[in-house]
Design a protein around this ligand. Structure first.
Ligand SMILES: Cc1cc2nc3c(=O)[nH]c(=O)nc-3n(C[C@H](O)[C@H](O)[C@H](O)COP(=O)(O)OP(=O)(O)OC[C@H]3O[C@@H](n4cnc5c(N)ncnc54)[C@H](O)[C@@H]3O)c2cc1C
Length: 412
């Protein structure tokens, strides 16, 4: 007997979000809280109870990002699990005499930001999702097909479930299938560096300070992740990073100690090590009718200033704001004019940060005496010029730029 063809189960939404990482889950909770019906599609089930083991993937979360995560309701959960505040930042240059010191007190804030494991941020967001009646999660789920059908976007999952919506958001990271479906051009440039991440127990207390030393082969950051431990991000030219990854643990710690100038005494490796190739990417367009990209799907930057996910969360906040505004004005959420407002507000800031990171990488990669003298003088001058220093500090803390309302400090 011939089998009846399976009838696909079709569900209607306002928005479909592909990718439930830090950016996608933030967009879902923000829209869900505003009564916008979302489907959130994620291929890997997140670990909702990350436990005591400190993950290697961490982010320096700015005050603006903290406000966004608070607005969507996830911050208390994240803070309860594990979030290490830091109050100061020390930056110095191996080649010259330049150094700069930032203190949250200089801009009247209680902290500069928090160092948080990415899986804890994701867990906090996913624990918040059930508080929004308007979100349906599909996880684990694979996307089989994406189509544009008249005014609607249609996503077919590998289990034959069909999702229809006015708007499709690609928040599934650097290898975005939504971006590929839309044929959006991507500008790519290989930094020819890899970032080595590991957890380290230094002999001396980290003083709740984020430390960064620039070396000719790349920057090295020590970020406080617990009272005793630092998460390190050691960027190096690719060949050098491969050599470092091949070292045994003792030799790795010795070379790390030398590269870090012995600032926190002897170092003990307390985790595995992992290396991440660093690639700059920028989508030429973030939007098309019925389609938008956010976070790493739209742009990736060098991690030297810890801005990647902060830019992604800023995208999320502006996109939520524009879509909620469109809904209040009874405009279709996939309307290109609505989406273009999002692109206009975010693309310039993201490009600026990306170019600044590339300039830093080249400037600090040079050992030519005039360049090293100029940057030493520049750092020294900035350190003694409070207005300039405070402005840089405010940018690094996410307090400047075209912020969404939810990212701004409360008006007192
Ligand atoms: C070494 C290193 C250090 C960094 N440090 C910092 C820092 O200090 N501060 C900072 O702000 N940023 C930092 N970053 C950058 C930051 O990690 C990224 O910007 C951030 O992870 C991007 O978040 P996202 O949600 O856009 O994408 P992702 O984190 O990549 O999440 C994408 C999600 O989509 C899912 N997915 C992917 N494809 C599909 C699919 N086809 N279908 C369904 N789901 C899918 C994935 O499983 C994942 O859950 C660092 C990056 C590196 C490499």
């Amino acid at each position: 007997m011939a089998r009846k063809p399976k009838t696909p189960r079709t569900s209607e939404f306002d928005v479909i979000i592909i990718g439930g990482g830090m950016v996608g889950a933030t967009i879902a909770t923000g829209l869900g809280k505003a009564g916008i019906r979302c489907a959130l599609v994620e291929k890997n089930p997140p670990d909702l109870n990350p436990g005591d083991d400190i993950s290697l993937r961490v982010s320096a979360i700015t005050l603006a990002s903290q406000r966004i995560l608070t607005h969507v309701g996830a911050w208390p959960m994240i803070e309860h699990m594990r979030a290490k505040p830091f109050t100061e930042m020390q930056v110095w240059d191996q080649e010259g005499f330049g150094a700069i010191h930032f203190d949250c007190a200089d801009v009247g804030e209680p902290v500069m930001g928090h160092i948080i494991e990415n899986n804890i941020i994701v867990a906090g967001l996913w624990k918040t999702l059930p508080t929004c009646a308007d979100i349906t999660t599909y996880c684990p789920a694979e996307v089989e097909n994406i189509e544009r059908d008249d005014e609607k976007m249609r996503v077919t999952l590998s289990n034959s479930v069909v999702l229809n919506a006015d708007l499709l958001i690609g928040a599934e990271g650097a290898n975005s299938i939504v971006r590929d479906f839309a044929g959006i051009e991507l500008k790519v440039s290989d930094y020819q560096q890899s970032a080595i991440a590991a957890n380290i127990k230094p002999e001396q207390w980290h003083r709740d300070t984020a430390w960064q030393r620039f070396t000719p082969t790349g920057p090295i950051a020590f970020l406080p992740i617990t009272d005793e431990l630092c998460s390190i991000v050691w960027s190096n030219d690719t060949a050098r990073a491969e050599e470092i990854m091949a070292l045994d643990d003792d030799e790795f710690c010795k070379q790390l100690y030398a590269a870090f100038d012995g600032r926190l005494g002897l170092l003990e490796l307390v985790s595995e090590r992992a290396a991440f190739p660093l690639i700059k990417r920028h989508a030429v367009e973030y939007v098309q009718p019925g389609l938008a990209l956010a976070g790493d799907a739209a742009h990736t930057v060098h991690p030297l200033a810890g801005q990647g996910v902060n830019l992604g969360l800023a995208d999320a906040a502006v996109l939520i704001e524009e879509l909620v505004r469109a809904r209040a004005a009874r405009r279709p959420l996939g309307d290109l004019a609505v989406l273009r407002r999002y692109q206009r507000r975010r693309k310039g800031d993201n490009l600026l940060m990306q170019n600044a990171m590339s300039a830093f990488k080249h400037l600090f990669g040079s050992t030519l005496p005039p360049v090293s003298l100029a940057r030493s003088l520049g750092m020294g001058l900035t350190n003694h010029l409070p207005p300039a220093k405070n402005l840089i500090n405010r940018y690094a803390m996410g307090l400047e730029g075209d912020l969404a309302n939810m990212a701004k400090p409360p008006v007192s």
